[in-house]
Design a protein around this ligand. Structure first.
Ligand code: DQA
Length: 148
């Protein structure tokens, strides 16, 4: 099956950005790890990162035309603001998992609300880069290839 990993704004700065909150691991290392893990479970993983809401909407719409089976998304700040991302995900009908490196419930109150969580298959928050591995494992499990 085909998984699409999407990372939203400022996640290109992972490793340098607020390391006390987000850690020292860069996005490339996270994506490489998720790609290898997906492959080891018999899946393909595509990746897209953008700092632009419209580009993220376009990428989600495109997923519907390229037989993506599952979306793994860290919408970053757009989690808390974007009806457009919610609508794009609902429009594709592709199941998705919401990922956050930090525990959004242990931070500023505005981070506790997500425009996506109630329509996500599940939410992973607070486990740092491991959250991406957990999301790949959960998607693979849902696609019928349980975690090795
Ligand atoms: C984040 C949490 C968001 O609140 C924040 O805006 C981010 C990253 C996370 O991965 O912990 O940019 O999605």
């Amino acid at each position: 099956s085909r998984l699409l990993l999407i990372n939203g704004p400022n996640l290109n700065l992972l490793g340098k950005r607020e390391p006390g909150v987000y850690g020292h691991t860069g996005l490339d290392a996270i994506v490489d790890d998720a790609t290898r893990q997906a492959q080891s479970l018999g899946h393909e993983l595509l990746h897209f990162q953008s700092n632009h809401e419209g580009a993220l909407v376009d990428r989600i719409q495109q997923a519907a035309t390229e037989s993506v089976d599952y979306i793994l998304i860290n919408p970053a700040a757009y989690t808390h603001t974007s009806v457009a991302l919610r609508d794009a995900l609902l429009a594709t009908g592709i199941p998705f998992i919401e990922i956050h490196l930090s525990n959004v419930h242990a931070r500023e109150p505005f981070r506790a609300h997500s425009y996506l969580s109630d329509v996500a298959r599940g939410v992973i928050s607070g486990f740092g880069p491991l959250g991406y591995r957990l999301a790949v494992a959960a998607a693979a499990d849902a696609l019928g290839q349980p975690l090795k």
